[in-house]
Ligand binder design. Structure first.
Ligand code: ZN
Length: 210
């Protein structure tokens, strides 16, 4: 895992995204807060924790202690999301909320002024290496529009199926963060994937500016 971390840093990525799966919210199980705590001393990059778990309110404490910089949980897994967002912020952690492909943006609309990040899942969460669902990019566009209309500051992150083939379309929808898993780790030269993502963003913003 340490070599995974240096791979990420050496490739020039900005964040380390940790997919926490509990075998209940999603079928797979990955790791818990101990892994985040073990990684923390070995990287200066922000730890971006994505909780794909039921009852995220029970898990955030240990992840805060582990040194997470960002914690994103799923709106589908939490009734009192507003309270959880406030407690993350009070603990000095940047709060994020994620939506699965079947959840509309309207499900988080009331919370958007309080969020630092919205993570749009572009595959059904649970496994790596799936194909991106193009209709999810419409949600990214809607979030961009809402942010502009209401002068809000949340970042929009896209997670799932981001690779060389899809990143142009993803970037042109206007997100701020692209999460890469399989495409990055299976690449012969992961730095090239990061460079390609930056180029896609550059092209998207010059198109926007034009
Ligand atoms: Zn993720």
């Amino acid at each position: 895992m340490r070599s995974g971390l240096s791979l990420i840093a050496d490739a020039g990525a900005d964040w380390v995204h940790l997919d926490v799966m509990d075998g209940r919210f999603v079928p797979s199980i990955t790791f818990g807060h101990k892994m985040a705590a073990d990684l923390r001393p070995h990287t200066k990059l922000p730890l971006d924790v994505h909780l794909m778990t039921v009852e995220p309110e029970r898990l955030v404490g240990p992840f805060i202690e582990a040194g997470a910089d960002w914690i994103t949980f799923h709106i589908e897994a939490c009734v009192h999301a507003h309270r959880l967002v406030q407690s993350l912020r009070a603990a000095g952690v940047r709060p994020g909320i994620s939506i699965v492909p079947s959840t509309p943006v309207s499900a988080v609309e009331e919370l958007l002024p309080d969020l630092d990040l919205v993570l749009v899942m572009t595959v059904n969460p649970g496994f790596g290496g799936q194909s991106l669902i193009p209709s999810c990019l419409e949600k990214v566009r809607r979030l961009v529009e809402f942010r502009e209309r209401h002068r809000l500051g949340y970042l929009i992150s896209v997670d799932g199926g981001v690779n060389r083939e899809t990143m142009g379309a993803v970037a042109s929808a206007g997100p701020d963060v692209l999460v890469m898993g399989s495409a990055f780790f299976s690449s012969k030269r992961p730095a090239a994937e990061v460079e390609a993502a930056r180029a896609a963003f550059g092209e998207a913003s010059s198109r926007k500016g034009a």
